[in-house]
Design a protein around this ligand. Structure first.
Ligand SMILES: [Zn+2]
Length: 279
């Protein structure tokens, strides 16, 4: 499932190809994805020029020169696929098709349809129902230890669950929470309410560094992306703990001092951590 770094990478890839271009053809190929496509989407997009992009949490906002923003959510497995324009060709599971005045075809492909598309006025983006309750952007300077402390204070849930809550901090999912907690040396099981203060002071830079490293890996994947046909935003990244149950912990001396990375199921989802270092 794409999290903040993957969404950021998709957005940068879209911006590189679409910014400044005019949308010459827009097609909606079914009535709905996770929710119905908004009425008037095709009319309001067709002929507009793509002005800029913004990411908020796991959402992409494509801002058009007429004052509309197209909100895109990739869901569990949504993909943005770029190719040269292909008249009369709609690949399977491509639910939204865009063509630009320089002959680029962009398809939003999502077989499982957990993703979605909506339309909002650019000056009202932050009031959109999906964005209104969202917490701070972790890479913004106003995401400080004091802000995170306030978000976690008094919470009687595991820290892992609190960090997945998009109202505490935007854009994190299962992978990057595990990675950030490893970096901060905090257990995913620790009660969220015990973190405000000095531990939040460790966690904020750990979250930032984890995301920044992953975005850099995503950027490298974009530079490698030289084919005219291709898919944006999913890249190989070397996780330190995620998906590494039973493997040696790179920060520890190895057995018998550290038995390696362990997996724990919390609310039905896996957390990966080093029980020796993360407390
Ligand atoms: Zn370890």
């Amino acid at each position: 499932m794409p999290e903040l770094p993957e969404v950021e990478t998709v957005m940068r890839g879209m911006a590189a190809r679409l910014e400044g271009r005019r949308l010459t053809r827009v097609a909606v190929n079914r009535a709905d994805m996770r929710w119905p496509f908004p009425p008037g989407l095709v009319d309001r997009m067709t002929g507009a020029r793509v002005a800029s992009f913004r990411r908020r949490g796991k959402y992409i906002l494509m801002r058009l020169d007429g004052g509309d923003s197209v909100l895109l959510h990739l869901g569990m497995s949504g993909r943005i696929v770029l190719s040269p324009a292909r008249p009369n060709f709609a690949p399977a599971h491509e639910h939204l098709t865009l063509e630009t005045d320089d002959g680029t075809h962009l398809g939003f492909v999502d077989p499982r349809r957990f993703g979605g598309v909506d339309l909002v006025r650019t000056d009202e983006e932050d009031a959109h129902r999906l964005l209104a309750g969202m917490g701070p952007e972790p890479l913004d300077p106003d995401f400080t230890p004091a802000v995170l402390s306030a978000g976690l204070a008094g919470r009687r849930t595991p820290l892992k669950a609190a960090l997945l809550d998009q109202s505490v901090v935007a854009g994190l999912g299962n992978i990057y929470v595990s990675e950030a907690l490893f970096r901060a040396r905090l257990s995913p099981r620790r009660m969220a309410g015990s973190v405000p203060g000095i531990r939040a002071g460790r966690l904020v830079p750990a979250i930032r560094e984890t995301l920044t490293d992953a975005i850099a890996a995503g950027g490298s994947s974009l530079r490698d992306y030289v084919q005219p046909d291709g898919e944006l935003g999913y890249f190989q990244h070397a996780w330190k703990v995620y998906g590494r149950e039973g493997e040696r912990c790179e920060a520890c001396p190895g057995p018998p001092i550290c038995a390696g990375i362990r997996r724990l199921v919390q609310s039905g989802r896996s957390s990966f951590y080093c029980p020796r270092l993360q407390r």
